[in-house]
Design a protein around this ligand. Structure first.
Ligand SMILES: Nc1ncnc2c1ncn2[C@@H]1O[C@H](COP(=O)(O)OP(=O)(O)OP(=O)(O)O)[C@@H](O)[C@H]1O
Ligand SMILES: [Mg+2]
Length: 306
């Protein structure tokens, strides 16, 4: 249910009052706790450690971004928190319950469009409530409410292939939020969008977050996006994926995407950049081994090629 959050308790601007903002944040309940989480996968016949001793505490109504080099285990972490993957050691607790599988307390939005293509927009959003045992009419009511929130009421009878990428992601967000999760995990949700749509979606997500009691864990490669959105940024390093640093973002809220040219923003981004790139991240081994591409087309086929 959409509820108006008292802005003074959560989203007051805090330029010059940073310590107070974070002091208050750390006094809220812990919604997601990850303790000594380790994950390994069989790669080429041997076990490779992907995440090692990852520990985190994320607080009620916090917005946390996770960044780190490709292959460091960001999606692996997101999938474990969502309950989509088992984990061999450590503990993941959401809303005081150990994560043992998917649950309505955790919503997930992926980069790839994951809507059911054979269902309409409204039916996609109704799916979760119906699976949770709600009646069709009650699920329909909630679906309409959330489609209204994401501005897609007019498209409720459209099919996914009739929507733009940004609209599909708004449906995906509505589909996750209709279950009223405590934590929304978003894995590069805007990665496939053009820059203009991406900016609009960032602003929309911030507006949603300000008005819903929800904690967001947002995985991204994009430093601007991480600084714009976050209360704190978790920097993972690669091989194995470990928490390198957790950085507070002391920028006033509400924020708009225009903030990316602000001098405080740029200073903070430069600092985070230096943390992320120092030490130099070990990149995905598959990237270090890029083959030389042999010429596939005979040179004389196209006269203009030399
Ligand atoms: N089910 C799996 N089986 C085997 N290896 C896996 C599996 N899932 C992930 N991996 C490996 O774990 C490592 C981390 O993958 P992950 O997708 O979590 O990285 P990432 O940080 O999200 O990368 P990117 O930024 O490119 O999305 C990679 O080396 C990947 O190949
Ligand atoms: Mg990933």
């Amino acid at each position: 249910m959409v509820s108006s959050v008292p802005t003074d308790s959560v989203h007051t601007t805090h330029s010059g009052a940073t310590d107070d903002y974070f002091k208050a944040l750390y006094q809220r309940d812990v919604v997601l706790q990850v303790d000594q989480l380790t994950q390994s996968f069989d790669q080429g016949g041997s076990q490779k450690v992907i995440l090692k001793d990852v520990s985190l505490k994320i607080y009620e109504r916090e917005f946390v971004c996770v960044i780190g080099p490709s292959g460091c285990g960001k999606s692996t972490l997101g999938r474990i928190v969502a309950g989509l993957d088992a984990y061999p050691s450590g503990e993941v607790i959401v809303d005081k319950e150990k994560v043992k599988g998917p649950s309505a307390s955790r919503g997930m939005v992926f980069q790839g469009y994951t809507l059911f293509p054979w269902k309409t927009v409204k039916e996609n959003v109704m799916f979760g409530p119906i699976m949770g045992g709600r009646s069709k009419s009650s699920a329909e009511r909630s679906a309409r409410e959330w489609l209204d929130v994401v501005g897609l009421t007019k498209y409720e009878n459209h099919y996914p292939h009739q929507l733009s990428g940004g609209m599909k992601q708004r449906v995906a967000i509505a589909r996750a939020l209709v279950n009223e999760p405590k934590v929304l995990i978003m894995d590069e949700p805007f990665g496939a969008l053009d820059p203009y749509t991406r900016q609009k979606m960032q602003k929309h997500l911030l507006d949603l977050w300000r008005n819903i009691d929800i904690t967001i864990v947002f995985i991204t490669h994009d430093m601007d996006e991480a600084v714009l959105l976050s209360d704190r940024i978790v920097v993972l390093k690669a091989n194995p994926g470990e928490v390198q640093e957790i950085i507070e973002v002391p920028l006033a809220r509400p924020r708009s995407p225009d903030i990316v040219t602000d001098s405080h923003f740029l200073q903070l981004k430069a600092r985070i950049n230096s943390i992320v790139h120092n030490p130099q991240p070990v990149i995905d081994p598959a990237l270090t081994d890029m083959p030389d591409v042999p010429r596939m087309t005979p040179l004389d086929k196209h006269k203009s090629v030399t």
